[in-house]
Design a binder for this molecule. Structure first.
Ligand SMILES: CC(=O)SCCNC(=O)CCNC(=O)[C@H](O)C(C)(C)COP(=O)(O)OP(=O)(O)OC[C@H]1O[C@@H](n2cnc3c(N)ncnc32)[C@H](O)[C@@H]1OP(=O)(O)O
Ligand SMILES: O=C([O-])CC(=O)C(=O)O
Length: 382
């Protein structure tokens, strides 16, 4: 039995959502560079990933209306968010639990007809920004701000965070970040969502599992750790980028925001995020953070041939948006849920249980001895 550790390079399904070909990333055939350059809205990407084509004006307006209709949180959900404002509970755990809770309050959560599944998906997609913004405010002792029907998905999120309408440049930049994070082949959280969907479980269960997988530091959780690392370097006296990184590499520690299972030369999202990080750091007086990031990138490329992944410059971008660093991965989830849902639909259509094999390497031919008998072979039960 050949073992494919980490399923590296194993193709386990077909998809029409996103493709990584020769270092380029496309969604349903549209290169992300063009989607960013032409300012395609995040709502268009949501439609694209769920329907495998771009919307007509009528379909687009309908999706925006559906999202607006489902953005608000019930009092019960807000009450549960308040309970979760205790220290030491990671915000990604709050998001995971709250999305699961949405299923508890949805009377149609177990329905599997097309319309119900669509409403479940729209409800999850629409409520995630409201959950994040409400939690961010509640834990600071502030009241949540209700979403507005006249604002786009991105503008609404920024508004709910602060109570003020963001300026158009900021909305455009945030929209780019959302577009860039929407889907990415069979990454770990998407795979989690698809494995769950393959058992024909409900949509809330698929997305709850995916959030849990994205939280990990080897996946989406890396963006938060990137910020921790940059802060640690910049707070040290004297600042010694090569010394800091060399020590980590010598200790065989992974540098967060670097390396990728698929990309070995360049992550096509990086150039966009780096450009945004440069611009936003100028706009918000965070140039030192940006130049430190560049120094880290240069050192790791030169010394180890390591390349930044999507999480590296997104940390600087999110920081410039004024987002607290333990919320960074939640912003990733707010975008990626569009891809997860598209993959759940695709997996439901495929209708095949995902169930790989493992190679057994444990002990064999043991003979059972009841625990109360004196002579025991097993250590703990002696
Ligand atoms: C949205 C996302 O999920 S993007 C990824 C976010 N995760 C991170 O940024 C965490 C840091 N990165 C990593 O841990 C890895 O690069 C992963 C998990 C992303 C990919 O891992 P893999 O595909 O398994 O690559 P693998 O671990 O085999 O790396 C190959 C070599 O590069 C090294 N390497 C890879 N990434 C890093 C890193 N970030 N820091 C130091 N060394 C690294 C490995 O140690 C290994 O070296 P070796 O051949 O001398 O043993
Ligand atoms: O594809 C991966 O393994 C990780 C990644 O970059 C993503 O999920 O965006």
């Amino acid at each position: 039995m050949e073992v494919h550790k980490g399923l590296a390079d194993v193709v386990v399904s077909e998809t029409s959502l996103s493709a990584i070909v020769e270092g380029n990333l496309s969604y349903v055939g549209y290169n992300i560079d063009e989607l960013v350059e032409k300012n395609v809205t995040f709502e268009e990407i949501v439609f694209l990933l769920w329907n495998l084509r771009m919307p007509t004006r009528k379909e687009y307006d309908q999706l925006c209306e559906d999202l607006h209709e489902h953005m608000a949180l019930s009092e019960s959900v807000v009450a549960c968010l308040k309970i979760q404002c205790r220290q030491n509970l990671h915000p990604m755990s709050v998001l995971r639990t709250t999305v699961s809770l949405l299923g508890v309050f949805d009377p149609y959560a177990e329905d599997t007809d097309k319309r119900s599944v669509y409403i479940q998906a729209v409800s999850i997609q629409a409520k995630i920004p409201t959950i994040i913004a409400a939690f961010a405010r509640l834990r600071r002792g502030l009241d949540p701000i209700a979403p507005r029907k006249d604002l786009s998905f991105v503008a609404n999120f920024l508004y709910m965070m602060t109570g003020e309408e963001a300026n158009p440049e900021l909305i455009e930049a945030f929209n780019h970040v959302m577009v860039l994070h929407a889907d990415h082949d069979l990454n770990a959280s998407t795979f989690t969502a698809r494995v769950a969907a393959s058992t024909l479980t409900d949509v809330y269960s698929c997305i709850t599992g995916a959030i849990g997988a994205l939280k990990g530091p080897l996946h989406g959780g890396a963006n938060e750790r990137v910020f921790d690392m940059l802060s640690e370097i910049s707070e040290s006296d004297p600042i010694d980028v090569p010394g800091y990184l060399k020590k980590k590499l010598d200790n065989k520690e992974k540098i967060m925001g670097f390396g990728h299972r698929v990309y070995k030369t360049e992550d096509p999202r990086k150039k966009h995020l780096k450009r945004m990080a440069e611009q936003l750091s100028k706009d918000f007086g965070k140039e030192a953070l940006y130049s430190l990031s560049c120094e880290v990138e240069e050192y790791l490329l030169k010394e180890k041939g390591l390349i930044p992944n999507v999480d590296f410059y997104s940390a600087t971008v999110y920081h410039c948006f004024g987002i607290e660093h333990d919320l960074f991965t939640l912003l990733f989830a707010m975008s990626r849920v569009s891809g997860w849902l598209g993959h759940v639909f695709e997996q439901q259509r495929e209708d095949t249980l995902i169930r790989p094999r493992s190679k057994y390497v444990g002990p064999t031919n043991l003979s059972y001895t009841p625990m109360d008998e004196e002579e025991h072979i097993g250590g703990d039960r002696k």
